[in-house]
Ligand binder design. Structure first.
Ligand SMILES: Cc1cc2nc3c(=O)[nH]c(=O)nc-3n(C[C@H](O)[C@H](O)[C@H](O)COP(=O)(O)OP(=O)(O)OC[C@H]3O[C@@H](n4cnc5c(N)ncnc54)[C@H](O)[C@@H]3O)c2cc1C
Length: 426
């Protein structure tokens, strides 16, 4: 009998990874196939993966997201509706890049010229008649000598987490988060994803090390807490985890490993700074560290009006600052803020929290980008193997990769395939 514990640990479905994709898959399976036993295995000590909210003692109703923060494509983003269902608050303050968003930079000639150069660059990207055999690197679309190339590079790293030389134009053009502006969850996106995962039977601190699928009817899953058996497995781990061979598939799945390796995670890290005197900075306003350098941070001043600054670093800069630690990141952010607000602003600031996604042992980066020529591999990564090993996660989405709602959608799609595979079995 499926799920009968008396015959040893045999589950119908084991889901590996309790991030947005794994949680969405488990919840959908529970809803459509309540007859199946489903177990979620998570190597880390919490639900959520790259959705991770930390608290703020001074403002208990506000969450600080070390990972995903924006409900992109918010009107159609599945998490927006779920936030309402679980009783969290969707904040509709316009994002800095949406109409009505508040930006610090004055609307002077330089800012207008920069905006025009960035707009022209993205038009060139979008005009690229790209397909897999005719892909290019995003850097190939830069105009040599354009004085705004530094800023274009900075924006590029915020989008892909990687320098423009490494990322695919075709993949960029396929990105489509869906209609709607970008909103936030006041209590945190991480709070939302982990709350949604609560009703799922999950084992934390359980790292899958090997998947033995040599035998018909039973897949053996080796973990740091022993072996489990399942009829179907859904792997939702990041591409960097897969590519590093942290899960040993037996027999091997070289197609998946190759796809994962060419869809690596870019890096974005956040540094949250506490502000002693909240009036020192304007509320919910965006600031770009430098309009000239490629290696610059982007800053959300006083998100939700809280006495906090959220600094965002991406690409090589994020690798450097993460490697050097909080002190270096604090000093970098302090310098960029001091250039706008004067040296005294440093006295107002101290470190609250910082992410280190590259070093996160079970994740290894922030969000996936495609190397030039690799965009089609997202489909290859998502394809089930042998009708019983399934894959989901943000990198499996062809148009909503790199997002938490893209991850959700791949989880739901995998759940439906898994449910279908069970109804076909004898
Ligand atoms: C700084 C930052 C900012 C971002 N901003 C946004 C944003 O504003 N909006 C947005 O939509 N998205 C954003 N994202 C991206 C978004 O967070 C991710 O795309 C999404 O959360 C990925 O979900 P996932 O389920 O695919 O993967 P993950 O969240 O990585 O889940 C995979 C899980 O698998 C676990 N795992 C790994 N190996 C094993 C193993 N061997 N055994 C068991 N478990 C294992 C991991 O611990 C992890 O919990 C951001 C990400 C970062 C880092």
């Amino acid at each position: 009998m499926p799920g009968d514990k008396s015959k040893g640990a045999m589950e119908d479905v084991v889901v590996i990874g309790a991030g947005a994709a794994g949680i969405a898959a488990a919840r959908r399976l529970q809803a459509i196939r309540p007859d199946l036993s489903i177990l979620l295995l998570e190597a880390g000590d919490r639900l959520g993966g790259r959705a991770w909210t930390v608290g703020l003692p001074e403002a208990a109703d506000i969450g600080l997201d070390l990972g995903c923060g924006w409900l992109h494509g918010a009107r159609t983003n599945a998490w927006t509706a779920i936030a309402g269902e679980v009783g969290l608050t969707v904040d509709r303050t316009p994002a800095p890049w949406n109409d009505g968003g508040r930006r610090l930079q004055r609307d002077d000639a330089a800012v207008r010229a920069a905006r025009q150069a960035i707009g022209a660059y993205f038009e060139r990207l979008e005009g690229h008649e790209g397909h897999e055999g005719n892909d290019a690197a995003m850097a190939d679309m830069l105009e040599p000598g354009n004085p705004w190339n530094g800023q274009i590079r900075a924006v590029g790293t915020y989008i892909t987490g990687a320098e423009l030389e490494r990322s695919s134009v075709v993949d960029y053009n396929r990105y489509d988060p869906g209609p709607g502006p970008d909103w936030r969850v006041r209590e945190g996106y991480g709070t939302l994803v982990s709350l949604y995962g609560k009703p799922v039977q999950a084992r934390l601190g359980t790292e899958v090390t090997r998947i033995d699928h040599r035998h018909a009817g039973r897949i053996a899953i080796e973990t740091n807490h022993g072996v489990l058996n399942a009829r179907a497995v859904l792997a939702t781990v990041s591409t960097n985890v897969l590519a590093a061979g942290k899960i040993d598939f037996d027999p091997p799945l070289p197609d998946k490993i190759e796809a994962a390796a060419r869809l690596p995670l870019g890096l974005a890290d956040k540094l949250f700074l506490r502000l002693v005197n909240r009036e020192a900075l304007p509320a919910d306003t965006h600031m770009l560290g430098s309009t000239r350098r490629g290696a610059t941070g982007t800053y959300q001043l006083r998100p939700f009006g809280a006495p906090v600054v959220e600094a965002y670093f991406a690409g090589d800069l994020a690798h450097d600052l993460e490697g050097q630690g909080r002190g270096a990141a604090f000093s970098f952010a302090g310098d960029e803020l001091a250039a706008h607000f004067g040296a005294d602003i440093r006295k107002e600031l101290s470190v609250l929290a910082m992410s280190a996604w590259a070093a996160a042992p079970h994740i290894g980066g922030s969000y996936s980008y495609a190397e030039p020529g690799a965009s089609d591999l997202r489909g290859r990564l998502a394809a089930p193997h042998d009708g019983r090993i399934f894959f989901a996660g943000e990198a499996c989405s062809t148009s909503r990769y790199s997002t938490a709602h893209g991850a959700y959608e791949t989880g739901v799609a995998a759940a439906e395939l898994i449910a279908g595979s069970f109804s076909q079995s004898p």
